[in-house]
Design a protein. Structure first.
Length: 331
């Protein structure tokens, strides 16, 4: 397996801890940008400066904007090019905790019975907490608490999200009103089935080859929405692959980089007003069943979101460049 991170900082304590964990199990691809280091002092890391990225034989490399988290897409393509079957993605302020381990696509999990919107964080805590990207008007809705029959099943899941303790991935409203160190309960993993929506992020997420086309991060949206809107598109496409999305108890601690919470709030406003409409558009979009149709389904999702004005047409150009770059690597 290989880990993909994007950064504008020198190696952090969190990255060094992760690198030690990976010393015998995998390596890192570090994607730089126009700000940040020109080299990266981690023994098992492949560092790609912006200049180096622009020399790669990927159409997307020259089309992606600079100064944007979406340059991480280049790291995903590099991992695919190297023949990896599993990609672990995280951020440079997330460090593995004592429960972190290299995961398998086959995993043990409860299955959430309810559909529509599900606040997965409520499965791991009785406190009022919700994921970044969750519907604000449903954060106190008891119908969004995951329900299950208590039976643990063995399933294959090509996308698995691990939660983060200390500074969990929540929105600016939670941080502005109740920010503090937070620790989840260590409950059993839980999977969402077709028809269920819950945002996931790029903090500690495992991807297997079947889902690699869905790694795509959009560029023409705010930095606080890019991984969230990516997650909604990925969930919609998973339904056509007959797979479930799995969430695990915390496997990382976030030593959060400094944020301006009001700027975070401003960057999340498009999601507060568009997340429900975006998922409704995705639900109404006709896709083809089968893993082999995933790249085309990704394009169909962004075509629909472009028609609805959620993304500009420039995003669709990038999606098609992404698919053109990954097709020879996967198929």
């Amino acid at each position: 397996m290989i880990t993909v991170i994007t950064t504008i900082a020198n190696p952090t304590k969190s990255v060094r801890i992760l690198a030690r964990k990976l010393s015998e199990k995998g390596s890192l691809i570090i994607i730089g940008d126009k700000k940040g280091p020109t080299s990266y002092d981690i023994p098992n890391a492949q560092f790609y400066s912006l200049e180096k990225q622009l020399t790669l034989d990927f159409k997307l490399a020259n089309k992606l904007p600079t100064g944007h988290y979406s340059r991480k897409n280049i790291g995903y393509l590099l991992a695919m090019q190297q023949g990896e079957d599993c990609i672990y993605e995280t951020d440079d302020d997330n460090k593995p905790n004592e429960y972190w381990k290299v995961r398998n696509k086959k995993t043990s999990s409860l299955i959430a019975e309810n559909t529509s919107w599900i606040n997965v964080y409520k499965h791991f805590s009785s406190e009022n907490i919700w994921p970044r990207g969750f519907l604000i008007d449903r954060i106190t809705d008891s119908e969004t608490i995951p329900r299950h029959n208590g039976k643990i099943q063995e399933i294959e899941a090509p996308i698995q999200q691990g939660l983060a303790n200390i500074s969990p991935d929540v929105d600016a409203i939670w941080r502005l009103t109740r920010d503090r160190e937070f620790y989840y309960e260590r409950n059993e993993s839980i999977a969402l089935q077709e028809g269920s929506w819950c945002p996931f992020n790029t903090q500690s997420t495992w991807w297997w080859k079947e889902a690699f086309p869905l790694l795509y991060l959009p560029s023409y949206c705010s930095f606080r929405m890019t991984d969230i809107w990516k997650s909604f598109v990925a969930q919609r496409c998973l339904w056509e692959m007959d797979y479930k999305l799995v969430f695990h108890a915390p496997e990382a601690d976030q030593d959060r980089n400094i944020h301006d919470l009001m700027k975070d709030f401003e960057a999340e406003v498009p999601g507060y007003f568009s997340n429900e409409r975006l998922t409704q558009v995705l639900e109404a979009t006709k896709l083809a069943s089968g893993i082999e149709n995933t790249p085309d389904n990704l394009i169909r999702c962004y075509e629909a979101l472009t028609r609805e004005g959620i993304f500009p047409k420039e995003e669709l150009t990038l999606v098609k460049a992404w698919v053109n770059d990954l097709n020879p690597l996967l198929f």
